[in-house]
Structure formats: structure tokens, C-alpha cells
Design a binder for this molecule. Structure first.
Ligand code: ADP
Ligand code: ZN
Length: 814
């Protein structure tokens, strides 16, 4: 009989997989993707079966292959298909395989299950015929014992352990494993309702009491007290009083957890498709029916009806009995689409984002694994969902930078999606109104199919533009120009909605000492602090730490610091002055860090309780608010200040996305761009709404400068708490890299090493940061290069004092 070897990875930073023999009694229990207990050194560890090999495997000399201890799962926790994907991710992004798999499992799934001991049937017979001991007594009494608990007992080492070993060997005691699902907390809120009609005479006396009773009468069933508090003075007092009088009944009522979407969208009959939409369907459908890997880029202007195309494609896939995965860049978008998807796919739909509690996520994940849910709509990490029989992957807003994870496993969900689709041999649809240059370049080289939708549905016009040169602005404020003010007033007076966009939250951008020029900085990061008026503090937008506004300059002790620049909080104040009494909703990370808050705010816009929506890039993309007719970009230049070769691309994408929020309904839209650089090529491209023209220019310049997509990049990020250590290690790593690159070029494989240099944010969370950029002409060259560098790195003890992160295809440059 050929020997069955299990290749196992452990859930830690170990880079290599380990090999174990498979004892006969475990042979039909081992499956790729199941967790196993293994001996590791002198301890027992938890691992996952990465692969099964028939027959001998090559292991380094001196390593002896030991047997697996036990199989934990009765069925795999991760599908074989995903295991293969993880293997690719691990090698492409240089990340330990065990940690990749862990990232693919939902947070909260216990990596280490509980181990229980219990008597086997043989054991129970032996007990009946008179055998007894401490351990056996315990197992008879309690039925089972938690091993981890047993190990804590003082006599475990002396007595219990020997006995356990003995009885396990005899087959009288066995181990069973149990994985507890993450605690599902149901949330209750104190709620009230009327118990009897109130006495009208009693309530006449007090204004608050009157409004409380009115709210109770109008509110119908249970109303959360929290909500009443907002509009009623001394609410808790009156609630207690009415409760004592028996007029009102109070109870803790369970609130639905957030798996159900909170946004109200009236049900609609699906529209019949336009000719352009149909053309896309016809191109993609054959590849769903007869599955083959094919990448499509749907380049459709904002409002061209891409969402309807996604819905139809998923519908067709589901009809064929297959699953579909739809990725969106942000929670806000997934919750907006959730309503649409739920209308069409009902209980088959699973949504996936960080706004869901671990319990909800765990339940959904198990149903996906069991094949009960086949349509998944979610953010970046849903690319790891174990959808069975996947038939299509759709990536909406494929250009969006939030698909890239910026810490730990630095993967790009769109690129992983492409790999997953290609391994599975299924079609993938990337959609955007402003596709990434990378994807457009793939269309040029015929790796992707380009499907364009040049116009909005129903021939709705694209918005018109007005550029306001802020250098010439007189009389008006330096924040909201006369032109924007006039349009704002008009829009709201006409009963329409306006959106003001500024990619900076807070009140003032920074605090400056007019005497010495010092800017108040974060104590933990090398960035300036932003003033937040509501909390009257300075806040770091990188690490979140806060400090009070200093009275005097920390450097020169000068007395009066001045606030410079402005953020969304300040815009809100300006709008209140222009439009007193208007409904204003501000959405940024200060007001909407919790998904449920964000949903409420978005709902206020949708239900037209808000006239003006102010926000950061959180509101720039994807949303479909048909009553917004005016979009004001308060400062079109903010994104340009980044020193990155992508600054132009991301500015144009962002501005076009924001502009695309205007005029999506029946009324046409207007966009006002306030800028200090009206002649800048990015501003001109946006105003002309000619994205392709911009891309042509931009691609030409990238080619000349040898930037991606014509080359491939990789960033090595060196960090440590000590400045000198970080710098020295970065220099060392750079020279190692140069040696490796010299060696490669002898084999005609060229990579360029740029740096080292301090990162733009030199210090973050008390760690100093240096980086080295590596440029290669092919992906394969980069792979060979980094493997060579990683091998060398291990031999240099100085490099152990720092953390080195590999960022492949880096997106951000901070
Ligand atoms: P995009 O995602 O391309 O920006 P959406 O999918 O949000 O565009 O579509 C914009 C609007 O047009 C939505 O309100 C949508 O309901 C509507 N719409 C989409 N397809 C059609 C169609 N075939 N007929 C009529 N209206 C449509
Ligand atoms: Zn900070």
C-alpha cells in the first residue's frame, strides 16, 4: 500500500509546510482543508491539511516523518479550491500559508477547538466490569472532560497524564473536538408603548409630556427610548412617571442584528434592458453557460446601468445552478446594493462586510460552505467565501483602492479574483466608469475584453460643469464660492438635493504657530493633527490619538496658534449659515465610523429628509440618489498633493465618480469644481468628461517613465521602534537587494532597486518607516528576485531587529 502523506500548514508565521504520515485509522478521515492535531517539536499543535500525497515526499535529510495525532473536523473548513488559491496568494504576496488560510476563514472561527475526553464503548464496558481510577470516575460522572481544564489540575503531570496515555492507547478513552461558534450576542433596547389611553387633562400641563404621548400614539408598537430622548426633554423622567401610572409599558426588546438591510428602497419591477446593456449580457452569457475563463471590463459611464447588468448576470448564473460572487469596494455600497439583491435573490443572498457581527458572519459563512447560499455580495474579504460551484465573479468599481489591503496580508481583491476565476475557468466581470489604467492596458493587449457603455440609461444627460477659479474669488468666502452658494440656494429652494464633497474631515486641517511656523504634530506619528470642533481636540487621522489644543506653541511658546485649512466639519458650519433650517447630513469617518450610523445617514438622504449631503470619499462612489442635482467639489486639488505617480489617475477617478452622483434621476445635474489649478490637465479631463483621452495621455507618460502598468512594482517596508535601527536595516536590505539584482541581470532578468528612503509618513504608531521600491519588467523576474532576497535576509542577524513587509503591486505610497 502506498503511504499517504499529509502536507500540513500551521496557523502561524511558519513559511514552510510540514509533512506527516497518516495512521491507518485516520486515512479515510483526512481531507484537504480539514484541521488536524500534529506533533510539533515537543508540543501538540493545530494545523490544516494543505495537500495529500500518495507515496514518499522529499523532505530535508534528518527530518523524520511523524504521524498525525488526530483529525479535528468531520468535514473541511475550507474548500480544496480555496486552499489552492491560498497557496497562490502565499507565494505571490510572500505571506506565510497558515496566515493566509487564517485570513480566508471568518474572524471568530476558533483556530484551536476545544478538546474533550470521553469513554469509548470499550471503555464503558471495562468500567462495568469493575475498572476504576480518578480519571475514569470523572468521565463517568461528567460524561466528558475538557482536556485543557484537566491539564490545569495540579496532579495532571504526576498521575493523570500517564493514565490518560495508557487508556488512550488501550482505546478506552477517545478525544472529540468541538468548535464553539463565536458568541452571538442579540441586542436588546429599552422600548416603550402605550398601555392605556392617557388622561388628556393630566398631560396638558407639560410640553415634554405632551410630545411624549403624541410620539407614543403615533409610533404604534414598541419605540426605543433612545429615539424618544432625541426630541423630548427629560424623557427618562416622564417615561418613568408614565410607567408608574400604568399608562405606559416598558420592556427590553430585541433589535434585529444587521444582516437585514436597514435601507428602505421601494420594490421595483426590473426594467427591460437597453441595447447597450444587452450587448454586455450577450458577450458574457456564453461563458457562464459553457464555463471558460474570460475577463471582461465593462467601462460604462456613471448612471449607465451597470448594477442592472450585474443583477441579470447573477440571475442567469443562479438559473444554471451555480454560485455568484459580487465584490464592492465599501460597506456603504454593499448595503445599498443589498436591498436590490435581496429583492431578486431572497434567502439565497449572503452579505459580507465588517458591519456584521461575528455571529451573523459565522452563520452565513457556514451556510455558504454548505451550499445553502449561492449569491454573495460583499467587500474585499468576500473573495475568500467558499461558494460552491462558483459560476461568475463580478468586481464593481474595479479601480477602487480599497480593494487593496494595506496591512498584514497586502493582497488586492481584484487581482485575487482574477486568479480565482482563471483557476476555476469561469468568467469575471470588472466594472467601472473610470477603469484602472492597468485594466485598460490589459484590454489594449487583448487579455481582457472591453465592453463600453458610452451613455446613461434612457439618454439621461451627463452633468454639466462649471469650474470656479478660487484664486479669483472675491467677496465670497474662501471655502464656498459665490457661484456655489448661489447654486446651493437654488437647488434647495427647488426641493432638490445637493452634495458637497471634500476629501478631508475635521474642522481645520492643522494648527500652525505664526511665530516659528511649527505645525502641531501627533506624538506617535510624523503627521500634523487635524482640529475637530465638536470634540474640541486635535486628532491624528493615522493612529486616531487625540490631544487638547495647546495654548502655546510646543516649540517656541508663542501664545496664539492659528487654525489653517478646513474639512467637512467646517463645511457643515458654512452651509448652516447659508441655509439655516435646511436638513444637512454629513458622512465621514467621524459621523459614520459605525456602519449602522452610516446606514441611517444614507437613509435620510434617500428619504429626502436631508437637503444637503456633505462628505468625504465615503459618499463619492457608486451611490444612486436620484434627487441630487447639484454636486459641489469644494477643493478639487486635495488629492493632487500626494507625491505618487498615481495622483493624477486617482484624482480624475475620484472627481468623475463624485460628478457622476449628479443628475441620476429625471432632472439633469450640474457640477461645480472649485480649484486653485483650473488649467491642470486632470481638471480639464474631468470637465470634458473624457476619461479615455486622459488615459491615453497618462499611459503614454507612464510608458516613457517606465511606471506600471508597463512595469511591475514591489515595495519593501522596513519598520522598527528605533530610528537608527530602521535606517541601518533599510540600507542593509537595499544593498542585499542590489546584490540579488546584479546576480539576476547576469541571467538577463532585470530588476531595478530604488532607495532606501524614509517613507512619506516617517513615523506611524511609534514605529519608524523606511522603504525600498523594486521595479521589474515581468512578474516572474520580481518573483525570482524577491525569493532570492528573502533567502539572503535570513542569514543577516541585524535584519531580525526590524519588521520587513513585502507589498506587491503597492497602491498607496504613505
Ligand atoms: P451605474 O452603476 O452604471 O452608475 P446604475 O446601475 O446605478 O448605474 O443605474 C442608474 C439608474 O438607472 C438606476 O436608478 C437604475 O435603476 C436605472 N436603470 C438601470 N437600467 C435601466 C434600464 N434598462 N431602464 C431604465 N432604468 C434603468
Ligand atoms: Zn498618530
Amino acid at each position: 500500500v502506498a503511504e499517504l502523506i499529509s502536507e500540513v500548514i500551521v496557523f502561524s508565521a511558519l513559511e514552510k509546510s510540514l509533512y506527516y504520515s497518516t495512521p491507518p485509522e485516520l486515512q479515510d478521515k483526512v481531507r484537504v482543508g480539514s484541521r488536524v492535531l500534529i506533533p510539533l517539536g515537543r508540543k501538540e499543535a493545530m494545523g490544516l491539511i494543505y495537500a495529500l500525497h500518495d507515496g514518499p515526499v522529499a523532505v530535508p535529510a534528518g527530518v523524520n516523518i511523524r504521524p498525525l495525532t488526530a483529525v479535528v473536523d468531520s468535514s473541511p473548513v475550507i474548500t480544496e479550491e480555496l486552499v489552492a488559491l491560498c497557496r497562490w496568494i502565499s507565494s505571490y504576496y510572500f505571506y506565510p500559508p497558515g496566515e493566509v488560510v487564517q485570513a480566508a476563514l471568518p474572524a471568530g472561527i476558533e483556530i484551536t477547538p476545544l478538546t474533550f475526553l470521553r469513554l469509548t464503548s470499550v471503555g464503558r464496558e471495562e468500567v462495568k466490569s469493575g475498572y476504576s481510577s480518578e480519571l475514569v470516575k470523572l468521565l463517568v460522572r461528567e460524561e466528558r472532560a475538557l482536556l485543557q481544564e484537566l491539564k490545569g489540575k495540579p496532579d495532571f503531570r504526576k498521575q493523570l497524564r500517564k493514565e490518560l496515555e495508557l487508556l488512550e492507547k488501550k482505546g478506552w478513552i477517545e478525544r472529540v473536538f468541538e468548535c464553539r461558534p463565536p458568541a452571538v450576542r442579540s441586542r436588546t433596547v429599552k422600548s416603550v408603548r402605550l398601555a392605556m389611553p392617557p388622561d388628556p387633562a393630566a398631560s396638558a400641563k407639560n410640553e415634554s409630556l405632551r410630545s411624549l404621548i403624541r410620539a407614543l400614539e403615533q409610533g404604534g408598537e414598541w419605540i426605543p427610548v433612545r429615539e424618544l430622548r432625541r426630541s423630548i426633554k427629560n424623557c427618562d423622567y416622564w417615561v418613568r412617571k408614565l410607567e408608574a401610572d400604568g399608562v405606559l409599558q416598558a420592556a427590553e426588546i430585541e433589535e434585529l442584528r444587521e444582516s437585514q438591510c436597514a435601507q428602505s428602497i421601494p420594490p421595483v419591477v426590473p426594467p427591460s434592458l437597453t441595447a447597450d446593456q444587452n450587448a454586455v449580457m450577450e458577450a458574457v452569457l456564453p461563458h457562464i453557460e459553457r464555463p471558460s475563463f474570460q475577463a471582461f471590463l465593462v467601462y460604462g459611464v456613471t448612471g449607465s446601468g451597470k448594477t442592472e447588468i450585474y443583477l441579470r448576470l447573477v440571475e442567469e448564473t443562479v438559473k444554471q445552478g451555480k454560485g455568484a460572487l459580487v465584490l464592492v469596494p465599501e460597506i456603504a455600497l454593499s448595503t445599498q446594493l443589498e436591498a436590490l439583491f435581496r429583492q431578486r435573490f431572497g434567502a439565497r443572498l449572503a452579505v459580507w462586510h465588517s458591519g456584521l457581527s461575528p455571529g451573523v458572519r459565522y452563520d452565513q459563512w457556514r451556510e455558504i460552505l454548505a451550499g445553502k447560499r449561492s449569491v454573495i455580495l460583499g467587500v474585499r474579504s468576500s473573495i475568500f467565501m467558499p461558494v460552491s460551484n462558483l459560476g461568475i465573479i463580478i468586481v464593481d468599481e474595479e479601480h477602487d483602492a480599497s480593494y487593496k489591503q494595506e496591512d498584514r496580508l497586502r493582497y488586492h481583491a481584484r487581482d485575487v479574483a482574477l486568479m480565482r476565476a482563471s483557476k476555476l475557468g469561469i468568467p469575471i466581470v470588472l466594472g467601472s466608469a473610470t477603469p484602472s489604467l492597468q485594466s485598460l492596458n490589459h484590454c489594449r493587449t487583448k487579455r481582457y475584453h472591453l465592453l463600453s457603455i458610452p451613455g446613461r440609461v434612457l439618454d439621461r444627460p451627463l452633468p454639466t460643469f462649471q469650474v470656479v477659479d478660487m484664486r479669483r474669488e472675491r467677496g465670497g468666502s474662501r471655502i464656498i464660492s459665490n457661484a456655489l452658494r448661489k447654486e446651493l440656494l437654488e437647488t434647495v429652494q427647488n426641493g432638490e438635493q445637493a452634495l458637497l464633497f471634500l476629501n478631508r474631515r475635521g474642522f481645520a486641517t492643522f494648527y500652525l504657530c505664526p511665530e516659528c511656523g511649527n505645525v502641531v504634530q501627533c506624538l506617535h506619528c510624523s503627521v500634523s493633527l487635524t482640529y475637530h470642533q465638536k470634540d474640541d481636540c486635535l486628532r491624528c487621522h493615522y493612529c486616531g490619538s487625540e490631544r487638547p489644543v495647546p495654548d502655546r506653541c510646543p516649540d517656541c511658546d508663542h501664545g496664539a496658534l492659528t487654525a489653517v485649512g478646513f474639512g467637512t466639519e467646517r463645511i457643515e458650519e458654512e452651509v448652516k449659515k447659508i441655509l439655516p433650517g435646511a436638513g444637512i447630513v454629513r458622512i465621514d469617518r467621524d459621523t459614520a465610523s459605525q456602519p449602522r450610523n452610516m446606514l441611517k445617514l444614507l437613509d435620510a438622504v434617500r428619504c429626502r429628509r436631508a437637503d444637503v449631503l456633505i462628505g468625504t470619499q465615503m459618499i463619492a462612489k457608486g451611490h444612486d440618489f436620484p434627487h441630487i442635482t447639484l454636486v459641489g467639489v469644494v477643493n478639487a486639488d486635495t488629492a493632487l498633493q500626494i507625491s505618487d505617480f498615481r495622483a493624477g489617475e486617482s484624482t480624475v477617478q475620484l472627481l468623475m465618480q463624485v460628478a457622476g452622483r449628479a443628475g441620476r434621476g429625471e432632472k439633469p445635474g450640474r457640477v461645480i469644481l472649485q480649484t486653485y489649478n483650473p488649467q491642470h490637465y486632470t481638471i480639464r479631463s474631468v470637465v470634458n468628461m473624457d476619461y479615455m483621452e486622459f488615459c491615453k495621455e497618462e499611459l503614454a507618460s507612464r510608458e516613457k517613465l517606465q511606471y506600471p502598468p508597463y512595469t511591475r512594482m514591489l515595495k519593501l517596508l522596513v519598520t522598527a521602534p528605533n530610528e537608527g535601527v530602521t535606517r541601518d536595516a533599510a540600507h542593509l536590505l537595499a544593498s542585499l537587494s542590489r546584490e540579488a539584482s546584479d546576480l539576476l541581470s547576469e541571467h538577463n532578468r532585470h530588476v531595478a532597486v530604488l532607495g532606501p528612503a524614509p517613507a512619506p509618513v516617517q513615523k506611524l504608531n511609534n514605529r519608524f518607516r523606511w522603504h525600498i521600491y523594486i521595479k521589474g519588467w515581468t512578474s516572474q523576474d520580481l518573483q525570482l528576485f524577491i525569493e532570492a532576497v528573502m533567502d539572503r535576509m535570513k542569514t543577516v542577524p541585524q535584519l531580525r531587529r526590524v519588521q520587513i513587509a513585502v507589498d506587491r503591486d503597492p497602491v498607496s505610497s504613505f
